[in-house]
Design a protein around this ligand. Structure first.
Ligand code: NAD
Ligand code: UDP
Length: 310
């Protein structure tokens, strides 16, 4: 297939580009580099099946030639990034999704939206199945991301119902791995970066809030399976192993072998208290489950951070 991948120069987009090329597809990577980097895709530049177009997808999208599939991954994803770019985040989730769906409709292409576990907000039930409608504060600071993605899901399925677009939605839970930016602000790069510099690890709140971390290669496998499926409904992709942020800080100290202290900082507003995917649907309908343990994935990520220390 010839695939349009928006947000392709970002963390997940770069890994997905690699995988799609390895599977024999052509990739048109479209990104405005607001949080992405050309460094992430520099190694793909010589590949004749890979093309990079610098473009803001909130503006009309034009791609010459046939497109068989649109994967819409453009959006700031780290809380630090989307709180710094609140309007751009709302625009890429709304206008950007609308434009990307327009390309899919025009080309008769299938469409896949990168959604998020944040559509569940601060969940009142755990683990979170796709049937849960969520607990989101629309007017809180995180609402710019959560509501943009919720709108994106709504318009995606509206295009499926009204225009027959073969649309899929992946609800991605916290994913980590090589090529996350050191200054990204998310907990995995923050703790690794702080440990490497011998600085204290900054735990927000008392660290009792939980997250479930998925290694990027596992996520990519789930996305590819969903893209190739006939499902037109949201599917959670994440690793159900849940851990408190304080335990995660202790694990980072253990894995890096660096003796640094843990300091406690204010908990961000509306920070979800718990998050764990119910992956029954992915298991039964896609035959997918994560394969890489947190320790193994973190070791690879730490190695990459050390080798790419700036
Ligand atoms: P990232 O910030 O590394 O990548 C996002 C990419 O989108 C960047 O390259 C950025 O420049 C690009 N982008 C943003 N706005 C754009 C615009 N208007 N036009 C063109 N390009 C634009 O983040 P990531 O972690 O790789 O996330 C990728 C996608 O996956 C996002 O949609 C995010 O919401 C979703 N997601 C990620 C996670 C995670 O844990 N990493 C979890 C849930 C959902
Ligand atoms: N967090 C933390 N210290 C940091 C960065 C994040 O304790 O230096 C916490 C944050 O408050 C949240 C969890 O780690 O409870 C995961 O944060 P992240 O930004 O990675 O993603 P989120 O799941 O909140 O979108």
């Amino acid at each position: 297939m010839r695939i349009l991948l928006t947000g392709g120069a970002g963390f997940i987009g770069s890994h997905l580009s690699e995988r799609l090329l390895a599977d024999g597809h052509e990739v048109v990577c479209m990104d405005n580099l607001i949080t992405g980097r050309t460094d992430n895709i520099a190694h793909l530049a010589g590949n004749p099946k890979f093309e990079f177009i610098k473009h803001d997808v909130t503006k009309y999208i034009y791609v010459s030639g046939k497109i068989d599939c649109v994967l819409h991954f453009a959006s700031p994803a780290s809380p630090v990034d989307y709180l710094m770019h609140p309007i751009k985040t709302l625009k890429v989730g709304s206008l950007g999704t609308h434009n990307s769906l327009g390309v899919a409709k025009e080309h008769g292409a299938r469409f896949l939206l990168a959604s998020t576990s944040e559509v569940y907000g601060d969940p009142a039930i755990t683990p979170q199945p796709e049937t849960y409608w969520g607990n989101v504060n629309p007017v809180g600071p995180r609402g710019v991301y959560d509501e943009a993605k919720r709108f994106a899901e709504a318009i995606t399925l509206a295009y499926h119902r009204a225009h027959g677009v073969d649309a899929k939605i992946v609800r991605i839970f916290n994913t980590y791995g090589e090529r996350m930016r050191h200054e990204d602000g998310r907990v995995v790069p923050n703790f690794i970066d702080q440990a490497m510099k011998g600085e204290p690890l900054t735990v927000y709140g008392d660290g009792s809030q939980t997250r479930s971390f998925c290694y990027v290669q596992d996520l990519v496998e789930g996305i590819v399976r969903l893209m190739n499926s006939d499902l037109n409904e949201p599917v959670n992709i994440g690793n159900p192993r849940e851990m408190s942020i304080l335990d995660f800080a202790k694990l980072i100290k253990e894995l890096t072998g660096i003796k640094t202290e843990i300091v406690f900082k204010d908990l961000p507003v509306d920070d979800p208290k718990q998050r764990r995917p119910d992956i029954t649907k992915a298991r039964t309908k896609l035959g997918w489950e994560p394969k890489v343990s947190f320790e193994e994935g973190l070791a690879k990520t730490i190695k990459w951070f050390k080798e790419n220390y700036k």
